[in-house]
Design a protein around this ligand. Structure first.
Ligand SMILES: NC(=O)c1ccc[n+]([C@@H]2O[C@H](COP(=O)([O-])OP(=O)(O)OC[C@H]3O[C@@H](n4cnc5c(N)ncnc54)[C@H](O)[C@@H]3O)[C@@H](O)[C@H]2O)c1
Ligand SMILES: [Zn+2]
Length: 370
């Protein structure tokens, strides 16, 4: 076992560390003990992750004399709703949670977003720790303090910024993650290379297969580099007034593709992000911002690891043309204009506020005709 990497998210008095390494679940008590305001924590997990790692985390807490109990919620995106939020908040109160008790989210982005939001509102806010168990949660959702749930109006429309006290990203738990989920998270890893780190993109072209195959050192490097990138961007722009928007690279397209696919598991978020990044890069080439070779390299790497790169719709060509309507409804639309993250090349993302939806329509028409 190599020593874990530690990345600080620098937010003044609310700064916290992201610790990345293998074996951190079993070592959680040692890492969390000094941070807790009271030797008591309530773990929130889902059925799948709870069955795999719930006991191990409770044992680790007990070894550090931390009184831990566990609340289990159903697995899957449908748990991120108002009903489950209400149930979770009542469960926390039933267990006599106090202002100095810590809520620990053990799971993927669903558990992290739901438990984090519950922690932000119960008793007007209690401390919160993330133990992310999917690659997506380790490189993205657990860092940055965005928490929330979905409503019938759309995804993540109700929530709060609530920064964790610490993030423990155990690379070992990814061994049980289904390959498709692992790959979906990997798309977000590639995103960091594409935003502002061309060397990391090169490294991924060489070592991405090792990261996916379970090489712990490669995994640790990929996750730590991603968290460092996210930590840097979040520290510069905690509430997404500017630079943080770059993290949405590929996401305007991705959200439209996901909405079109119906969030039913036929298209995972990360798969949509892979396609969305290719579309953003393609649009950048068409507008003369980006060399076509960079688009080719991006496509080649994503397909080499097994991620999709072409837009698809369950409704075929008609569905692709309708994606534009989904984009108009995107949360990020300001005054009717869609701000797109485009690239001047791999590692050179920028925010374009002058994209005409007609250009995007032409891109989609091209995809539909292919
Ligand atoms: N807050 C943010 O900044 C942010 C950023 C990106 C995404 N998100 C949110 O994250 C959510 C998606 O997160 P996700 O992709 O982690 O999905 P998820 O939490 O649903 O996890 C995916 C599946 O993998 C299972 N699982 C988790 N860890 C496992 C492990 N180690 N071994 C075996 N199975 C495991 C889960 O039970 C689930 O069935 C979405 O709701 C999205 O909106 C939030
Ligand atoms: Zn994403």
């Amino acid at each position: 076992m190599t020593a874990p990497e530690r990345i600080t998210v620098d937010l003044g008095g609310r700064s916290y560390d992201v610790v990345v390494g293998s074996g951190l679940v079993d070592d959680a008590g040692r890492h969390l003990g000094p941070l807790l305001r009271q030797p008591r924590a309530i773990v929130v997990t889902d059925e799948t992750v709870g069955a795999l790692y719930g006991d191990r985390l409770e044992t680790a807490l007990a070894r550090a004399a931390i009184d831990g109990s566990t609340i289990v919620v159903p697995s899957g995106e449908r748990t991120k709703d108002l009903d489950h939020l209400e149930r979770l908040v009542e469960d926390l109160l039933d267990r006599r949670i106090e202002r100095s008790t810590t809520v620990i989210a053990l799971g993927g982005g669903v558990v992290g977003d739901l438990a984090g939001f519950a922690a932000s509102i119960v008793l007007r806010g209690v401390d919160f720790v993330q133990v992310p168990t999917t690659l997506l949660a380790q490189v993205d959702s657990s860092v940055g303090g965005k928490t929330g749930i979905n409503t019938r109006h759309g995804k993540n429309l109700v929530g709060a910024f609530h920064q964790p006290r610490c993030v423990l990203a155990d690379t070992g738990v990814l061994d049980t993650l289904p390959r498709r989920e692992l790959l979906a998270g990997y798309a977000e890893v590639v995103k960091y290379g594409l935003i502002d780190d061309p060397e990391f993109f090169d490294w991924l072209c060489d070592h991405g297969p090792d990261v996916l195959a379970g090489d712990q050192r490669a995994r640790c490097h990929a996750i730590a580099t991603s968290c460092r990138a996210k930590a840097r961007i979040v520290a510069a722009d905690e509430r997404e007034a500017g630079q943080r928007a770059l993290l949405n690279l590929g996401h305007t397209f991705a959200h439209a593709l996901e909405a079109d696919a119906g969030y039913g598991g036929s298209l995972l978020h990360g798969e949509a992000v892979a396609i969305g990044m290719v579309m953003a890069c393609d649009l950048s080439v068409r507008r003369g911002h980006c060399p076509p070779e960079d688009l080719t390299r991006l496509r080649r790497h994503l397909s080499a690891v097994g991620l999709p790169t072409e837009p698809t719709s369950p409704r075929g060509k008609a569905g692709l043309s309708a994606l534009i309507d989904h984009m108009r409804n995107d949360k990020k639309v300001v005054g009717g204009r869609v701000a797109f993250v485009l690239v001047n090349g791999i590692g050179k993302a920028f925010l374009a506020r002058d994209v005409d939806l007609a250009e995007v329509e032409a891109l989609l028409a091209g995809a539909a005709a292919a």
